[in-house]
Design a protein around this ligand. Structure first.
Ligand SMILES: [Zn+2]
Length: 135
């Protein structure tokens, strides 16, 4: 199932804490932690709730919709890219890359959606792209 691909995207470091997150990403799903005790959603994935420390957590399917909270265009590299914090519709923030975009037209507060980019080893990495302008 893994094809040889040309990709500059680093492959994820999968470990016991995040394997469900990356497994979901390979199915083009964005999963975030959700505490069944205090009901709060969190990211990054982990085996306990960062708010109440309950181990009673599960992996909720996120909508993939988010808003740009802050971003930086990394220009001093061969292939400039956008590093950003986005706030997911469910509340948690995640660090990610904004792709398929015009760097100059990005703005804080812009609505973005998850896309799944193939990394060096063929596994998929969630990133985000603007949705306004695609309409
Ligand atoms: Zn909790």
């Amino acid at each position: 199932m893994v094809e040889a691909v040309q990709s500059d995207v680093p492959s994820p470091n999968v470990d016991l804490d995040n394997e469900q997150f990356w497994g979901a990403a390979n199915m083009r799903q964005l999963r975030i932690g959700q505490c069944t005790k205090c009901q709060k959603a969190f990211f990054y994935p982990r085996h306990f709730c960062p708010f109440c420390l309950s181990a009673d957590v599960n992996w909720a399917l996120a909508s993939g919709k988010a808003q740009i909270y802050s971003y930086t265009v990394m220009r001093r590299v061969d292939k400039p890219y956008v590093l950003a914090y986005v706030q997911l519709e469910e509340g948690p923030a995640m660090m990610t890359n904004i792709v398929e975009c015009d760097f100059e037209s990005l703005r804080v507060g812009q609505i973005v959606e998850a896309v799944y980019v193939t990394s060096k080893n063929g596994s998929l990495v969630p990133m985000f792209r603007p949705i306004d302008g695609h309409a």
